[in-house]
Design a protein around this ligand. Structure first.
Ligand code: HEC
Length: 171
């Protein structure tokens, strides 16, 4: 009986740890958030295993394969409600092996790493598991058309996202 209680207690504490990890407090000011994401080994590993095969270590993508660069570009998407949903819904994000919390952390990481000025401006709204969960089930029929619509909205604001060749001949 004693052994059973100990086993049960063990299970409860493991579950408790998982919950604590999901709800870990994240820093609230921009510069501390920036170094948090740049120094998190876990999120780095998730990016390297789940995204870097296509987007590359340096976020430059592979233009000839239609993989856009994140550099000085991905942060622009994170400023717009539809742009944030797009970042969650693209196949590489939505269909990855990452759970909602891990994907939220990777999206924060790609902005921190490749568009750090978003954090430095101190107005960056972090992606959360809840935000990811709300958009993730809605897959795009035509991801290139969704990107085009966002590009047009950005053009009106004078923002210049990275070139996007996905869906064009041969890609
Ligand atoms: C198998 C290759 C592949 C993998 C792996 C991959 N992506 Fe992508 N990603 C693409 C391609 C191709 C595009 C362009 C088509 C599109 O918009 O989905 C893209 C586009 C994107 C975009 C839109 C960028 C823009 O400028 O329009 C985001 C954001 C993105 N991916 C995030 C991720 C994240 C986060 C991961 C890892 C969890 C990931 N991707 C994994 C191939 C990949």
């Amino acid at each position: 009986m004693k052994a059973l209680i100990l086993v049960l207690l063990g299970c409860v504490s493991v579950l408790g740890m998982k919950a604590a990890e999901a709800k870990r407090p994240l820093p609230t000011d921009g510069n501390t958030q920036l170094s948090y994401f740049l120094n998190s080994e876990r999120v780095y590993k998730d990016y390297m295993l789940q995204c870097a095969g296509c987007h590359r270590y340096d976020g430059q993508g592979v233009e000839s394969r239609g993989i856009p660069s994140f550099v000085d570009s991905i942060g622009l998407f994170s400023r717009m409600v539809d742009g944030r949903a797009y970042m969650i819904r693209v196949p590489g994000s939505a269909q990855s092996q990452l759970n909602n919390d891990e994907l939220a952390m990777v999206l924060n990481y790609i902005v921190a790493r490749f568009s750090p000025e978003e954090f430095e401006r101190n107005g960056f709204r972090l992606f959360s598991a809840a935000e990811v969960g709300a958009s993730r089930p809605y897959r795009f029929d035509d991801v290139a058309a969704a990107r085009k619509t966002l590009e047009m909205q950005m053009e009106e604001k004078g923002w210049l996202p990275a070139p996007y060749l996905f869906g064009q001949a041969g890609r």
